[in-house]
Design a protein around this ligand. Structure first.
Ligand code: HEM
Length: 486
């Protein structure tokens, strides 16, 4: 044979492909043909915004384990979830977290590094902090109520309004100031940047060279897109410096930034992070808490608008407690119907529907009966675990009653819920997000009925995801009408 340079390259490529397909230890795991050979299939899927639904369909076709890349598996069972995300953190986060911006509590992959960071900031998410920020949450809900009052019988894009509520709450809590969205009724630039942060970082992470080259293309919109992530951290830096200049580093402010920068008198207490790390953390928290919570609200109210019977049941439940404008959290935190509506929204429209990738530890593991070598990327996605018909009969229907039925196996159902993550890396903001969801839903539904706005269709609300859930149409028009209690 004549070994010319092209023939050597061709043979090398064929050898790699054959190894991946025929000799690889994962060769017997079913999945799309292309995924066995190359990661490009998954990259294209990620960028399409339809990764989660496609993987779900693949699970329906191939079963509980699917090979989604040469070295990557997706699982969907309870056993697999327990193994991968169990409370002992043996599986590190996958390399994909490098695409989620700068190094922070959320993106740190190495468990020792994460544990160290957690020790330094976990206190800001404790029960005392939740109680401390309740007045901030209440204040912004009041502003939203005022905005609704001024715009009655007008179809409002509630996706925007709920995102603005979540942004004003999180920025007040972590930046020590808000963007005044609910007062002005206008989306600030940060919200537009937020739309682009994930896709922009994704491009930078997947194609760093291309990203660098594109930055030199003299096209403003492209440049704006590519630099969205960097601009986003700029907001955090500005807010932090402004905060320290205005209030110093000690004080009794009600926000949680104060808690993050304060030096404790107790010498055994963990020291605050360096300023640049605080800036990264608070910026990521704005990111973590805005679209997740805002879009959960939108989908819940969208479902309520389609289900007047659930509006009636919720309103009956709310009539059992007294409040003028916004309820106290402790009065609504245990209401069963409100709770069931939120559980079902997060099950059916999970704000974080996508795979949470992890890496198998040294020596490999057996996951749900499948032998998986070390250093394989494995994951489950909440969209699939939460639509498993064994635990959720009629999984493709929005049925809050499943959470109220005394015959339901609630322990097993809760075990399949992955929307908040699991184990050591579970969402730290869950108590704050839950408080926001419950207080605002109770406040609005006590005073208003909600109907579909004419120009939002089921197709507009079809799910898209770039790790976080969004709606295909990018808006959710709803109409609120005041209830008369006379
Ligand atoms: C409906 C609202 C929310 C949902 C569904 C949600 C979901 C999640 C999920 C799935 C993870 C884990 C990701 C993984 O394992 O890769 C996570 C992590 C995290 N979330 Fe949330 N989140 C929400 C709201 C919030 C809010 C409001 C905050 C801040 C106040 C927040 C702060 C965090 C933090 C700090 C982490 C990282 C935890 C760690 O790795 O130690 N989240 N969230």
């Amino acid at each position: 044979m004549d070994w010319t340079f092209p023939s050597i390259i061709t043979s090398g490529v064929l050898l790699i492909l054959a190894t991946r397909a025929i000799l690889h230890p994962l060769r017997n795991i079913p999945g799309p043909l292309l995924a066995k050979f190359t990661g490009v299939w998954l990259i294209l899927l990620d960028n399409s915004g339809q990764r989660t639904q496609t993987l779900h369909q693949l699970h329906q076709k191939y079963g509980s384990v699917v090979r989604i890349g040469p070295n990557e598996l997706s699982f969907s069972t309870r056993k697999a979830m327990r193994e991968i995300y169990g409370s002992s953190p043996t599986y590190a986060k996958g390399p994909q977290y490098g695409a989620f911006g700068r190094k922070s509590l959320f993106t740190m992959r190495i468990k020792e590094e994460h544990r160290e960071r957690q020790k330094r900031i976990a206190h800001i998410f404790g029960p005392a902090s939740v109680a401390q920020v309740e007045p901030i949450v209440s204040e912004h809900i009041t502003k939203l109520m005022r905005a609704l009052e001024m715009r009655q019988s007008e179809a409002l894009d509630m996706m925007l309004w709920f995102r603005m509520l979540a942004l004003d709450v999180t920025s007040d809590i972590f930046f020590g100031k808000n963007f005044g969205c609910l007062d002005s009724g206008k989306a600030p630039t940060i919200l537009h940047d937020l739309d682009q942060v994930f896709p922009a970082y994704w491009v930078e992470w997947q194609f760093p060279l291309l990203h660098r080259l594109l930055l030199h293309v003299p096209y403003k919109a492209l440049h704006q897109f590519l630099t969205a992530g960097h601009r986003f951290y700029g907001y955090g830096g500005e807010a932090f410096n402004d905060y320290v200049n205005r209030y110093g580093r000690t004080g009794n402010r009600r926000d949680l930034l104060q808690k993050m920068i304060a030096v404790s008198d107790d010498t055994a207490a963990p020291k605050p992070l360096a300023d640049h790390d605080i800036i990264i953390e608070i910026t990521n928290l704005i990111f973590a808490g805005t679209d997740t919570t805002g879009n959960t609200f939108s989908y819940m109210f969208w479902e309520l608008a389609k289900n007047p019977e659930w509006q009636r049941r919720l309103r009956d439940e709310l009539s059992t407690i007294q409040f003028d404008n916004v309820p106290d959290y402790q009065d609504v935190m245990k209401l069963p119907i409100l709770d069931a509506l939120i559980h079902e929204t997060l099950r059916f429209w999970p704000a974080s529907p996508a795979s949470l990738p992890r890496v198998t530890p040294k020596g490999g593991r057996t996951i749900d009966g499948v032998k998986v070598p070390e250093n394989t990327i494995v994951s489950c996605q909440s969209y699939s675990t939460q639509r498993d018909p064994e635990f959720f009969p009629q999984p493709d229907e929005f049925r809050p009653e499943r959470w109220l039925d005394e015959n339901s196996d609630l322990t097993a159902m809760r075990d399949m819920i992955l929307v908040w993550g699991r184990g050591q890396r579970v969402c730290m903001g869950k108590p704050i997000a839950t408080m926001e969801l419950k207080m605002a839903t109770a406040a609005i539904m006590k005073r208003y009925s909600v109907e579909l706005g004419s120009d939002t269709t089921n197709s507009d609300m079809e799910m898209r995801d770039h790790f976080v859930l969004t709606a295909k149409g990018g808006q959710c028009k709803l109409l609120f009408r005041k209830i008369s209690y006379s």
